[in-house]
Write a protein that binds this ligand. Sequence first.
Ligand SMILES: Nc1ncnc2c1ncn2[C@@H]1O[C@H](COP(=O)(O)OP(=O)(O)OP(=O)(O)O)[C@@H](O)[C@H]1O
Ligand SMILES: [Mg+2]
Length: 270
Amino acid sequence: MPASISLSAISFKAGGKNILNNISLAIYPGEITAILGPSGSGKSTLLKTMISINKPSSGIIKCNGGLMTENIDDFRKDLGYVPQDDIIHQDLSVFQNFYYASRLRLPPSLSEEAINAKIGIYLRILGIEERKHLKVRKLSGGQRKRVNIGIELIADPKFLILDEPASGLDPATEEDLLILLNDLKKEKKTIILTTHSMEYLNKVDRLLIMMEGYLIFNGTLSNMKSFFGIIHSADLFKKIRDSSAEQWHQKFTASQFLSAAALPMGELKR
Ligand SMILES: Nc1ncnc2c1ncn2[C@@H]1O[C@H](COP(=O)(O)OP(=O)(O)OP(=O)(O)O)[C@@H](O)[C@H]1O
Ligand SMILES: [Mg+2]
């Protein structure tokens, strides 16, 4: 299976500093990939660089085989990006937010009935149907997050890219969000998210661990525990302090886990 997004030797420099160091990885279609790492390790920068919001200083990014670094406009419609901060209008209702996003992003020829039907489907999938006439500012954080996700889903992107979707959510709501993302996976969406939470890593397919701009691990949860020699994933952040980011990166590159990371997870489970 070809990778749907691939990064080859990507670096990103800003303010005279290397924020991303020589990162190579592949995102496979239909997987949920979670980017983890301490605050300031480069998670959001990696996400933004992956979808060409940041222009890399060097390296190549491909999307479905095409060169994304040169032709971002050809790929934009496939990318649904939900930044950490809300992008929805607080004084409009949930329905109005969906309606205006639909009018902006869907073909102008689409009828009112077709738009209403589409919005209805997403409100149901996201579990916010009963809240549709409420102003967004009256919603809880978790409900607002789901509206943000829905606004991106309306345009039916192939990729859903979420920066810290679980921040500010209680554990049960966070679990609901991951169940929702797994449902979207069944709709053939490829999902990439950043998180600080170690709680539901068993609900994602692939982990990318960042430290000081280096990719220090890429692979499954069980391989991650073997590589770092930990029993509980919660011990990861303490464990990575044992070596420098560059040392972990080199250790990972020399390990057996590097070649496993180059395969889609479905391939590994077979
Ligand atoms: N355009 C920029 N100019 C200068 N420094 C930048 C720029 N973008 C990111 N940085 C720096 O790069 C580092 C990584 O930032 P980034 O936002 O990617 O971290 P993060 O892992 O997402 O952190 P958090 O978990 O706190 O969200 C930080 O030190 C940040 O200040
Ligand atoms: Mg961030």
